[in-house]
Design a protein around this ligand. Structure first.
Ligand code: ATP
Ligand code: LTN
Length: 341
């Protein structure tokens, strides 16, 4: 007899993850974290510090430990309420690794080798671990384990999400049953923060593990660092300020940051700076960024008291694990693995 689907809460389920692989940037904030905070009011949300993903490239153990706590603190500091959303650490729920293995056995080697993030990261590593290749399967496990409806991410994760959807559909077809919900991406357009670029190279995505950190604005950067980085941001030829991703890549990126931090539209910004040069624009941009990040930094500092974030993560694990196990166990059962007590 076909078992009924695992019981599900009727509320929309949202899942997303952030790696503790470096200092979080304003790209992470505008592309992802800001939306996490919004979504917690309309969905049942799980936000995860994906420490196992960070291990796919070399990490210093002490730094990884500290960054894992810091990413969780930044979640809370950027407005995620631990009483509303579940905040937890990936490796605290071993079901993620177990499901990842089971899904690896239904994923093709060729699917993983054509992932652009894999090709890009592999070309920059001296040794390429198999974890770097199977990384998107672990991500699919994170998402599918919770029967997630929506996944808020930046646009660099689009291909990984498509793979998660393909894996879900394949498994469901194989067993002729909805084992996994097929998740939808929630990706802002570029003009709304889906892809914030490096301030020193507007063709490179702003990223924690960049070789060009001068072009990153860190969420925890001091006001003076922010002002300095924005002052020295590269600009395009011509002195006009208008939005044109192709011909004005650097200025367009700065305008998106300005718009999202100030709440002004791109058109308003263009008309406000019609008669000014890059100097005035950059000066004001630095101030709106400082104003956006200062309250987050204050809350971050308040969360540094020992034990506070650890308690939030312990609570998060307690809420997440029981949500994950029914899906894992059902899939184990369908695969023919013996049940254990
Ligand atoms: P790494 O450089 O270590 O791969 P990353 O900075 O790309 O890290 P992740 O932890 O992989 O950050 O991403 C966390 C979230 O932030 C994801 O949803 C990702 O899509 C989003 N994100 C990362 N960088 C940007 C960016 N420059 N613009 C918009 N969103 C981004
Ligand atoms: N690969 C993602 C991080 C990540 C993730 C997830 C995002 C791991 N698991 C599940 C959304 C859902 C990245 O941003 N590099």
């Amino acid at each position: 007899m076909v078992k009924p689907p695992a019981p599900r809460n009727m509320a929309k389920r949202v899942f997303s993850g952030v790696q503790p692989s470096g200092s979080l940037t304003i790209g992470n904030y505008l592309g992802a974290l800001r939306n996490f905070a919004k979504l917690q009011y309309e969905a049942d949300c799980l936000f995860c510090v994906v420490d196992l993903h960070a291990l796919t490239v070399p990490q210093d153990p002490k730094e990884l430990h500290q960054r894992t706590l810091d990413v969780a603190r930044i979640f809370v500091a950027s407005g995620i309420d631990p009483n509303r959303a579940t905040i937890f650490v990936q490796s605290h729920v071993p079901a993620h690794s177990e499901l990842s293995w089971l899904l690896e056995c239904t994923t093709y080697d060729g699917e993983l080798r054509r992932m652009t993030q894999y090709k890009d990261k592999a070309s920059r590593q001296e040794v390429v671990t198999s974890g770097l290749l199977t990384y998107p399967v672990l991500m699919a496990a994170d998402i599918l384990l919770y029967q997630s409806d929506e996944v808020p991410v930046g646009d660099d994760q689009k291909q990984h999400l498509e793979l998660a959807r393909d894996i879900a559909v394949r498994v469901n077809n194989r067993f002729d049953e909805e084992i996994f919900k097929v998740p939808k991406p929630y990706i802002p357009p570029r003009a709304a923060g889906g892809r914030i670029m490096n301030l020193q190279d507007p063709y490179e995505k702003m990223s924690k593990s960049t070789e060009n950190p001068r072009g990153n604005i860190g969420i925890l950067d001091s006001p003076d660092e922010i002002r300095k980085k924005i002052r020295s941001a590269v600009t395009d030829s011509g002195r006009e300020i208008y939005y044109d991703e192709e011909n004005k890549a650097a200025v367009s990126n700065l305008m998106v940051i300005y718009s999202l931090c100030s709440g002004q539209s791109l058109d308003e910004i263009q008309s406000n700076y019609a008669d000014s040069g890059y100097g005035d624009f950059k000066k004001d941009l630095a101030e709106v960024v400082v104003e956006t990040l200062t309250p987050i930094q204050k809350r971050f500092a308040e969360l540094s008291e020992p034990g506070v974030i650890e308690a939030i993560l312990a609570e998060g694990r307690k809420k997440a694990e029981p949500l994950a196990l029914p899906t894992l166990n059902r899939f184990r059962d369908r695969l023919g693995l013996l049940t254990h007590s």
